[in-house]
Each structure stands twice: as structure tokens, then as C-alpha cells.
Design a protein around this ligand. Sequence first.
Ligand code: COI
Length: 354
Amino acid sequence: MLTIDIIKAKQLKDKPDPNNLGFGNYFTDHMFVMDYQEGMGWHNPRVKPYEDLHLDPSAVVFHYGQEMFEGLKAYRRQDGEINLFRPDMNGKRLNNTNDRICMPQIPVEDFVQAVRTLVHTDASWVPEEAGTSLYIRPFVIATEPTLMVNPSKSYLFMIILSPVGAYYKEGLNPVRIYVEDTYVRASKGGVGEAKTGGSYGASMIAQKNAKNEGFAQVLWLDAIEHRYVEEVGTMNIFFKIRGKVYTPALSGSILPGITRDSVISLLKSWDIPIYEERISMDTIIEASKNGDLEEVFGTGTAAVISPVGGIHFKGLDFVVHNNEIGPITRRIYDTLTGMQYGNVKDDFGWIETI
Ligand code: COI
């Protein structure tokens, strides 16, 4: 158990218009910080006023990208309490990422305690309007001042909070996605399954091109054959074909999404067949041509459940479910968000009311 110092901000910020939040544009009054030094371990956990960082320009993070981040949300219930959704899963994934990029472990219970303490401190920032939440962004950066390409000897673990609305301007309306066949996101043995900033930086060129063509996101294919579906920019992806649901198996290059995992559990509990396997674009195209591609949706913390209404691949356009949200997508969205906001019973032990 951490002993967290709480240093309150003297001046509180004005809150933004809750009907116009967008995603990640506003930050709350406080942030969580904890230091790491080789030989000392993690120390000095504190909640303090949100402010600029003071870092040496030679800090390892700026040069070699030794950095990771997480994402989860706090939800305002109708009774005014606040829910977290599976925060321990974020703590576990943080440690998997930290292992991969040689950063020190943070005990999962310390991670969850830090999240809880910061959200408590800025509880008034959890918005209550439909479709809004408080996005929680934990991250770890390497701070040792050196240009040597070695794991840093010092780190900062921080958490910042941002009141948010929908990630996509489409909200729950279907998005159109562009299947990327030139650039790749990740390959096995790389960092695709770790949540490190570099993967997202490397994805921006394809995302920018797709956006310029009017698509919401890129659908990535495997790095070797450019044939098998991996994931969408900020989401995992699911296809419903002839009553069965398929999602790409976690192959080492796909981010193990917590919403993805929750959707798989929900589908199993409803006795809807769900398969985690390799899915080729040929299968998707054939299913679409035969009228068997019934629904496509993305899952993610930021994106929630996002119906896909159109897929563009090598000059061809495939419309999914008449560009409308399908029944399974709707049921998953209603159940998951219902649990998160405290309106649907949680039979899985996923919700923590704080
Ligand atoms: C999340 O869903 O929390 C993510 O990490 C996506 C983010 C890059 C916006």
C-alpha cells in the first residue's frame, strides 16, 4: 500500500462545456507522480497540481522513446458515485509493456490505488452528460540524462485525467475504415502488443492519409503477407459472418485490448459463437460479396464500441449492414456501457465503485 501525499492546487480551473468536450482536449486540476531511481525503487508517490514537467533535454525518453502509456475511464453513475472498469487489467498490461521495453514493474495494487486516489481528488471533473466520462491516462517515461542507448536508471510514473466525449466525431454512427496495404503497424517480435508510444507515432502517416480520403481509421494487415487482419488504429476489430463472430487472435503484434477481452466474455455468456483466429481479407471480401458479412465493429477504451459501416480495400468499397449499427453491436454497446455507468448488473466482477 502506497502512502500518497496530496498537495492540493491553490487555484482550480474553470470546467469546459460538457457537451463539447471532444477527446483529450482538457485536463483536470491534479496529476499523480511517482519517481523511480535505480537502487531506490519507486518512491515519493504524490498527487499534486497539474503543471509542466521539468526534464533534462537529454532524458532517454526524448531520444530513444523508452515510454509507455495506458488508458482507462471513470464513469459517473446516476446515483452520483463513480465507477472504474477493470483497472487491474490496465495495471497488468502496463507491467507487460514495461517488461518489453525494460522499464521497472509497478505492483498492480499500487497502480490501482494511484488511479483511485487521483480520481477521488478530481472527482468533480467526472462529467455526467450521456456519452461522457473521465479518461485516465497513466504513463511511464525514462528520465535519465544520457545519450547512451541503455535502459534508463530513472523514471517517472504519472497519471493525468481528461474529461472526454466520443473519440470519433461519428459517435455511435458507423465509421468507414481504410485497409492499409503499404505501411505496417507491427510485426511479431516487435512492440505491437505493448502499449508504447512509438507504435502510435509510426501509425500516424497511414492514419493521416486515410483521414484525408475521408476515412475515420486505418485497418492494419499483417506485416509479412499483407493479407491477415490485425487491428484498427485505436481499436480491436470484430466481424460477424453468418451468425458467428470472429476477431483476430492475439498473435504477438496485436494490442490485447481490455474491451476486446470483455466483449469476448460477453459473447460467450450469451452463447454466441466467438472465434479468435487468423482472418484474411479474402474471407472478408468473399463474405461481403455473398451477403454474409453481417456486422463489423471496433472495440477500445477510447472508442468504446464503434460500428463499422464501410471498408475500403484496394480501390473497392464494401458496405456493412447498410451502414447502420447491427443488433449484436448494439447489444454489446448497451450492455457494456450499461455496466460501466451502473445501469446494468455486472455479473463479471468488472466494476469497481470508488
Ligand atoms: C485507448 O483506447 O485508451 C487507447 O489507448 C487509444 C488511444 C490511443 C486514444
